[in-house]
Design a protein around this ligand. Sequence first.
Ligand code: ADP
Ligand code: MG
Length: 261
Amino acid sequence: TELAAASGTQPANGAGAARFTGGAVKVSDLSMSYGDLDVLKGVDLDIAKGTVTCIIGPSGSGKSTLLRCLNRLVEPKGGNILLDGESILAMKPESLRRRVGMVFQHFNLFPDHTALENVMLSLTKIKRMPKGEARRIAEMRLTEVGLAGRKDHRPASLSGGQQQRVAIARALAMDPEVILFDEVTSALDPELVKGVLDLMANLGRQGMTMAVVTHEMGFARKVADQVVFMDEGRIVEAGPPGQIFDNPRSERLKRFLAEVL
Ligand code: ADP
Ligand code: MG
């Protein structure tokens, strides 16, 4: 692929081999509340290794909370989450966050650091990697997302799309097994959306396990292996894009699609 060619990392096992060896995620009967507000009400979800799951649904349905539970930015109230068969609730949050990366709507870059430093920081701080090695990896990841020429720029002098690609490079630099994307194109100017979606599609093709909350139905249809429709803290329907978009079963999903398509 273009991405692999740009980074000089061709698949090791011959043509078509996945570059990433992502982890499988299994969510069972997950519940979560903010105070009295029940936000997740028994969510079951399987994400196979190396697949892309797109999560769609109305605002407030619990999509972000589900992603946050997957890397324990919030603690679930009940249920379980397995990463390659291992309960993430038994892991230290720091070690979990090396294995499960996250990219947010508002990039969350450090404004006083360059693109390169932003990518290096998680390697030196969280992975305690020596600076030289961190720099080498950060440069490689920035090249991969097409930003080699911008590595010394601070976020304020990068476009929104470039900032988001720095955030993706930062997530990739940790060598995660899974990456979570929460509406990562929602804050971008329309002309910058495609570059970020193309990058994500490319990661999916290379075998990264991804959970993607998105309003981009075209992306979900084209890239997802599985589409999950959430409403009011529950998964109402899940299936391949063809089923969800062309043959929705529930009235709620039909209504949602009528509004967004
Ligand atoms: P979505 O991402 O689908 O829009 P969220 O997971 O962000 O949904 O929110 C689900 C529900 O939880 C909403 O009713 C929202 O108002 C509420 N909520 C989200 N975050 C918090 C929080 N930090 N404190 C209290 N309520 C929250
Ligand atoms: Mg959200």
